[in-house]
Design a protein around this ligand. Structure first.
Ligand code: EPZ
Length: 431
């Protein structure tokens, strides 16, 4: 199991480049299932979840080239023949987002067998809304032995109102609707930028989608989709993580290759706590030369404060003067990082969906355990300001969604090293 060893105290100075968005790349890779032609995606992040998706598509019979290094983070996915439209438990249990293949497989092949994702550290995370929506489009779905078995002749357009706002639920239904007969109206949709990025790819493939990025999306079904080339948007969660790191370490950090317009809620909250930032079209410079003041956050669907930055903000709140209250509205168990921060000297009280953080607490290095992707990031941030050498175990969690985070941090002055072997790097284009 890989570990990080981080010696705290260094301010982050210089420039760090943000990678492509994992949560846009995953649905865009699944979208390739909708056509017999090759789909080329650029700015793909080199993270474990992308590798898992490559395996998932290849197991169905797709040809997936996944190039790194020279190939500049590019993948070509060619789903000419899909021998087995299935997603096995072995793969789905490592990545819940595998359920994103459900809609495309039903739309393309008329059948799908996808493992139910099972439990997750941050919450129960059911996929009932995916299933309900696909049934509205005419799919026959049974759940048997832990799998969703779906069949459909041609899907038929329908009016669907999501009971709850769901990001991958919106994406799954959006992909299915592109090949349905007639028009589909999706309401109460997720408005995340990753949904709009998926729609941009689908429209390049010949889909007819209007309204992506808003709560109401209209899709006119077509009979076939063609291949396309698309560049994935920058990862707003990675960008937010590094911006918080620059603020916490009293650094002067230029976060480039990002999309400041996707960071509105976080940036306005950071200004509230006293962080200065300067923006250009594709970068945010963060200057942590002011003491941090406490502030409350409430996580909401986009464009509200993102739940995926909540853990990172909690680390910052431990260094802010005063009492910050964090309310986590999206997931029921997304405070796993709090126990580890407490062991580093933070003052945090958990009350159901609320966490009360009293700062400023000097943090001391400790041996801590990563529990999920964003909790891991929170521990890295805390370690960057802790006194001494922190050891973070199970960093495979962080490798799921952050590309070479230790190299990026070292590049701007952090004292961090990895013990163990990063997930096997792929050799050459096909790996
Ligand atoms: C996406 O997960 C992201 N993952 C998550 O990022 C992110 O935290 C989440 O959206 C919320 O923004 C990807 O995009 C791959 P949801 P998703 O469906 O789609 C409930 C990360 O760190 N719900 O929007 O699975 C659900 O339980 C990951 O990169 C149902 O009840 O989240 C939750 O309470 C973690 N039934 C709420 O809706 C359903 O059928 C929002 O979940 C679907 C969801």
């Amino acid at each position: 199991m890989d570990k990080f060893v981080i010696r705290g105290g260094a301010p982050l100075l210089g420039t760090v480049r943000i990678s492509g968005a994992k949560n846009a790349a995953l649905p865009c890779m699944a979208a390739a299932l909708l056509t017999e032609d090759p789909v080329i995606l650029e700015n793909i992040p080199q993270v474990r979840d992308i590798e898992t998706t490559r395996k998932l598509l290849a197991a169905m019979g797709a040809e997936v080239e996944l190039g790194y290094g020279r190939a500049q983070h590019r993948t070509t996915i060619h789903c000419k023949n899909l021998a087995s439209p299935e997603a096995s438990y072995e793969l789905v249990k490592t990545m819940r987002a595998s359920t994103l293949v459900l809609g495309p497989l039903i739309a393309r092949c008329g059948r799908a067998r996808v493992s139910l994702p099972g439990g997750c550290a941050i919450g129960s995370r059911p996929i009932d809304l995916h299933i309900k929506g696909l049934e509205s489009l005419g799919a026959k779905i049974v759940q048997d032995h832990g799998y969703v078995e779906a069949t459909a002749d041609r899907l038929k357009g329908a009016e669907i109102v999501f009971d709850k706002i769901t990001v991958t639920g919106t994406e799954d239904l959006l992909m299915a609707a592109t090949l349905a007969e007639g028009e589909t109206l999706l309401q109460n949709c997720a408005r995340e930028p990753e949904v709009a990025d998926l729609a941009a790819l689908l429209n390049k493939m010949g889909a007819r989608i209007e309204g992506a990025g808003t709560a109401t999306i209209r899709v006119k079904g077509v009979s076939k989709l063609k291949g396309a080339k698309h560049r994935i948007i920058p990862d707003r969660i990675e960008a937010g993580t590094f911006i918080i790191a620059g603020a916490m370490t009293s650094g002067d950090l230029n976060v480039t290759g990002c999309e400041p317009s996707h960071l509105g809620a976080l940036l306005s909250k950071l200004h509230e706590v006293g962080v200065k930032t300067k923006h250009s079209a594709d970068s945010v410079r963060v200057m942590g030369d002011h003491p941090l003041a406490a502030a409350d956050i409430i996580t909401e669907e986009y464009p509200g404060f993102p739940t995926d930055v909540q853990a990172q903000f909690m680390a910052l709140a431990t260094q802010a003067e005063g009492t910050s209250v964090i309310t986590e509205n999206i997931f029921e168990n997304r405070f796993m990082h709090a126990q580890e921060l407490l062991r580093m000297g933070a003052n945090i009280k958990l009350e159901g969906r609320r966490a009360v953080i009293r700062g400023k607490s000097p943090l001391s290095a400790a041996a801590v355990l990563a529990s999920d992707l964003r909790a891991s990031a929170s521990l890295v941030l805390a370690a960057l300001v802790a006194d001494g050498e922190t050891i973070i175990d199970r960093v495979y969690h962080i490798d799921r969604g952050y590309e070479n985070i230790e190299e990026k941090l070292r590049g701007v002055g952090a004292e961090i090293k990895r013990i163990g072997e990063i997930f096997p790097r792929r050799r050459g284009a096909n790996g």
